[in-house]
Design a protein around this ligand. Sequence first.
Ligand code: MTE
Length: 324
Amino acid sequence: MLIRTRHRSECSHSEVTPREVYARRREFLRTSIGLGAGLALGGLGMSAPAAAALRGYELEFEPGDFSTDESKTSLDEITSYNNFFEMGPGKSDPKTYADQLKTDPWTITVDGLCDNPGEYAVEDFINPWSLEERIYRMRCVEGWSMVIPWIGFELNRIIEKAKPGAGARYVAFESIYDPDNLRGQRRRPRASGGLEWPYTEGLRLDEAMHPLTILSVGLYEEVLPNQNGAPIRLVVPWKYGFKSIKSIQHIRFVEEEPPTLWNQAQPDEYGFYSNVNPDVDHPRWSQRTERRIGEFRRRRTEMFNGYGDEVASLYDGMDLREHF
Ligand code: MTE
């Protein structure tokens, strides 16, 4: 879905960026994502099927629906202060060891309780969908937050294509498992702080269908950097950052609430829902405030990370202290 609505207070990047630079960026992004298909650069000399394979990467640099007009966190901070435990526990580890993530080739399997399962090369998985920019507030459970201009498409596109059956109530996600290359996966499970690989996450089907939930393949007009979850990751902006699983290889429709990495490791600290909620403290610290990266003074954290108008009704009648 390509939403051309422009936010009142914003102008498009095409207006602030010289036209040649803008055009080159578009070409760069399209080409880089399509490299897995073994294509020539720049659209020149491409065979007809190759050109078709790239068509879905045409970008619109206008904010899509739901974008915030708050100042964006810098590209440098978004790509150098990360959580990606497959590369180590430190915030700078993901950038330092980003090369350990091998993304080409990359296959995504969609299966479980659905009528139209499939196994896709990532290019074919992304290609049918037009991409748009969504500028989302992201809030980490550790108390920091960022504003990130993601490029992606709604997860509901994939779900509609897969046609989940009546029994499907949840969507389970799985990241890459590659201990030969990923240093963080080399240690034995349980012996390494209780993390069981691969990284797993899950959403209720209606949360996964919500138009705020996107799969991202880029940010700041660039192909998604490895440390941010290349080649494709989930972004769920009303939940703590750990729900936004990176480097997805498997999407499965299931009947029961699926196990998730953090809930398995520390069930008292990380519930399945993990909605941003200033009223429910983490057992070891308060969730009332957050530090926006790049700012000095802490801000008050908003319920559902400020997306309450859009998502609160998903939880009508639920006790969010119990279902934290
Ligand atoms: N996905 C995988 N596969 N591995 C991870 O360690 N960390 C999570 C989430 N997705 C993580 C992951 C956590 S704790 C956070 S806060 C966000 O990714 C961080 O995303 P960012 O580094 O792009 O800001």
